[in-house]
Ligand binder design. Structure first.
Ligand code: MIG
Length: 760
């Protein structure tokens, strides 16, 4: 095996906004993207086209550096990159010289045949978070991972690789933070000190360049902001996608779909979304309907709409080889399918039988795929669930000689699913109805947040999977994804009633709240668990609907800054060792102010860590001083959920679907605290792009304990709120008149657009 280590510098050249450093083995390019983001590309064959599926920014025009015999020093307001010339190594420091991350002096960047690896120093106290959808602990120190998008059916709680690739991690040591995004779509590897006797961490790939972005901002939150600046942020989601979603593999007929939807309304359990899994199709042929079981799709969807339900249907990439089938004929006529290197179309078996695979790496195929949705959009389907796009086939891996665009499969496999989601999103987006598409994808690569929501694939109906699912949601949040679901109840197997109830109560605080189950499992809908459990499930789903104004404002943060809705405590409490303790590492903040502690369905008390500050239990209003662990009661009726002192949480009354207006009262809940706080309340029509033209309603609500004042800023934006009244609900305030019945106090105001000030 030919093995080389990056050696001595032979030449240094600045060309416009890039620094080019040559050695015998390779050429390095260095760009500054922003003061806190520097890109390094070390390559044996740097491609002038230099494309990225993930990155949407361009490098800055200029940067400052100095050069001496031994080193080049590049300085920005936030970062110092010292490049030692011989051998060529890249070492990053804060602007004032504190070590952030350095190459291992001995091995630095190296190649073994095509495989390229970067060995970096590992610091004694260093922790790592990130990589998105991965099993294992919040702190990834001591673990190693592979990225190779895989249909991980029946995966256990330690499986790797899974469906998605997010080659981005954040390192934490010495009270400092840094991030590395290794933008390479080949099979890639990350090792956080698992195999190197605690000497090094390393990452690399089977091919391509050592192409990475270094983030030097000093907080996890700012690094997420920079990473999502670089790779994009989500649009505002359709409001209906944040309601309760009911799915199953499969509801077998239009009659069954209607029956389920009707039952939600009959039982008065709020819900917005129902799904059709693969069995709605004719022989699993994408963009068709089964004529016997779904004879009148438009009729079905009209009836669902009349009940305020939105329909989502699944689409897989595999196109059945069958002359006479529209998508097959078109794809063959225009050569839209992936081929072997000699031009023969690649064929493999998946649901429909023998299939070809659209080459989503070509623009014309993207366009074609996008326009093929008419069979679904014309009758009124509103959401598009992209499955099996790792891509998956019964033989699993595709042969390495299959071509996608100009690439071979191993070079871009990890981006195939993202390209499918992109084609879906862009196709739907082009329909001139001014509606936000809802796309959901299983496979993904960095940047997918621009196009789609994700879910974590085929989990199982046991407690450890529920907890793992939460960690994966929290971890995906670090890598730019915010609208994330897990199959509530567990895809494989049958949950016990206790697990179903518990998991549903966690679903309230899952960004995308979807109940889904595998073919052959017992029915899973809320009424399948006996009257008593149904009542608990219903109450929890009602709580989700009460929280929607807060949740929607949370997604506005994701849209604006990249902050995810579900946040590992490592974001806000980075320097607190306890949050990485495996006893507490599933805990998370849901938005700014709600802390949730997931608990197994078999335990009815839980040890919960309350970070520094004051907290209130949501259900009891009991007050706690944090920076300690407590034993919390955790019956199935009451998941341990705590509210941060100073929290401002807008809520609404219970509605059966987001299409209902409700009672027109926005209930603003404030929990007393000793520190000032504020919350940006955001509202718009929930479905169109008019918010991009200023049609939103945004105001800052602030709480100031020193001046005993709660205030609402003037409204920004031209949207008329759907709430005519604001009701202020105060919790834990001593000096406000308190209702005897509820223990809370409240007062009510007209929701006009001017400043409101309330003394207490
Ligand atoms: O081979 O469409 O992860 O959610 O229900 C299985 C059937 C294909 C896998 C997805 C799952 C979906 C199922 N699909």
């Amino acid at each position: 095996m030919q093995t080389e280590i990056l050696g001595n510098t032979k030449s240094v050249n600045k060309q416009g906004n890039v620094l080019i450093i040559k050695t015998k083995e390779a050429v390095a390019h260095v760009w500054v993207y922003s003061p806190s983001v520097i890109r390094i590309n070390v390559s044996k064959s740097f491609d002038k086209n230099d494309t990225s599926f993930a990155v949407i920014q361009n490098p800055a025009d200029r940067f400052d550096y100095t050069e001496s015999d031994d080193e080049i020093v590049l300085t920005t307001s936030a970062l110092k990159l010292r490049v030692s010339k011989s051998p060529l190594r890249f070492n990053f420091y804060t602007a004032d010289g504190k070590v952030l991350s350095e190459d291992d002096e001995r091995f630095g960047i190296n190649w073994q045949s095509e495989r390229v690896i970067n060995y970096r120093k590992l610091y004694p106290d260093e922790k790592f978070i990130g990589l998105g959808e991965k099993t294992g602990n919040l702190n990834r120190r001591g673990s190693s991972y592979v990225n190779w998008n895989t249909d991980a059916a029946l995966h256990g709680v330690d499986a790797d690789p899974l469906y998605k690739t997010f080659p981005f991690f954040i390192g934490l040591h010495n009270g400092l933070t840094y991030g590395i995004f290794f933008d390479n779509t080949h099979k890639s590897y990350f090792d956080f000190g698992a195999t190197t006797d605690e000497q090094m961490s390393w990452f690399g790939a089977d091919g391509g360049d050592m192409n990475y972005y270094f983030f030097g901002a000093q907080s996890v939150e700012k690094i997420i902001e920079d990473y999502t600046w670089l790779t994009g942020r989500m649009e505002m989601p359709p409001l209906w996608s944040l309601g309760y979603q009911q799915c199953r593999w499969s509801y077998m007929s239009a009659a069954e779909v209607l029956d389920i939807a009707e039952n939600f309304r009959k039982e008065k359990i709020p819900a917005d979304v129902i799904y059709c899994d693969i069995d709605y199709m004719d022989g699993f042929k994408i963009f068709t309907w089964n004529k016997e079981t779904f004879p009148d799709p438009k009729g079905l969807i009209d009836k669902l709409k009349a009940m305020n339900f939105h329909l989502v249907t699944i689409v897989d990439p595999g196109i059945k080889v069958e002359p006479g089938y529209k998508q097959y004929d078109e794809g063959v006529a225009k050569d839209y399918f992936a081929t072997y290197l000699n031009g023969e179309k690649y064929i493999t078996d998946v649901w429909p039988g023998r299939c070809h695979f659209p080459d989503f790496f070509r623009d014309d195929v993207q366009d074609w795929w996008g326009t093929s949705f008419t069979a679904l959009t014309e009758p009124g389907v509103e959401g598009f669930w992209n499955d099996m796009n790792e891509p998956a086939a019964w033989g699993q891996n595709m042969p390495w000689l299959v071509k996608f665009g100009e690439y071979y499969m191993p070079e871009v496999r990890n981006a195939y699913g993202m390209q499918m989601a992109r084609a879906t999103y862009e196709g739907i987006r082009k329909i001139p109805d001014n509606k936000r598409p809802f796309v959901l994808t299983r496979a993904a690569y960095s940047g997918t947040q621009r196009y789609s929501a994700v879910w974590t694939g085929d989990n199982s109906a046991y407690d450890a999977h529920m907890l793992l699912g939460q960690r994966m949601v929290n971890s995906l949040g670090i890598t730019g994804m915010s609208l994330i679901g897990v199959d509530i109840g567990g895809f494989t197997g049958d949950p016990t009633p206790a697990l179903m109830v518990r998991w549903n109560s966690l679903g309230v605080y899952t960004p995308m709240f979807r109940n889904h189950a595998m073919q052959g499992t017992k029915m899973r809908e809320p009424w399948c668990w006996g009257k008593e459990n149904e009542a608990i499930i219903k109450k929890d789903i009602e709580l989700r609907y009460r929280l929607l104004p807060y949740i929607y404002s949370g997604f506005y943060q994701s849209h604006k800054t990249g902050m995810p809705l579900s946040r590992t405590l490592a974001i806000n409490y980075t320097d607190n060792e306890n949050v990485f303790d495996v006893k507490y590492h599933n805990q998370f903040l849901f938005g700014d102010a709600i802390m949730v502690a997931p608990v197994e369905s078999t335990r009815f008390t839980a040890e919960v860590y309350l970070p520094q500050g004051e907290w209130y239990r949501l259900s009891t209003e009991e007050n706690y001083t944090g920076d300690k662990a407590i034993i919390a009661e955790a019956p199935l009726t009451d998941l341990p959920v705590f509210i941060k002192a100073g929290a401002i949480i807008p809520m609404q009354n219970v509605i059966q679907s987001t299409d209902e207006k409700g009672d027109g009262i926005l209930e603003v809940n404030v929990w007393f605290g000793n520190e000032a706080s504020s919350f940006v309340y955001y509202e718009d029509d929930g479905s169109s792009y008019d918010y991009e033209k200023g049609e939103y309603y945004k105001r800052e609500i602030s709480f100031d304990p020193k001046n005993r004042l709660i205030s609402f800023s003037e409204v920004d934006g031209s949207f008329e709120s759907k709430y005519d009244k604001i009701k202020l609900m105060l919790h834990g305030f001593a000096s406000f008149s308190i209702s005897k019945e509820t223990g809370k106090s409240f007062s009510q105001y007209e929701n006009d657009k001017g400043i409101i000030k309330i003394d207490f």
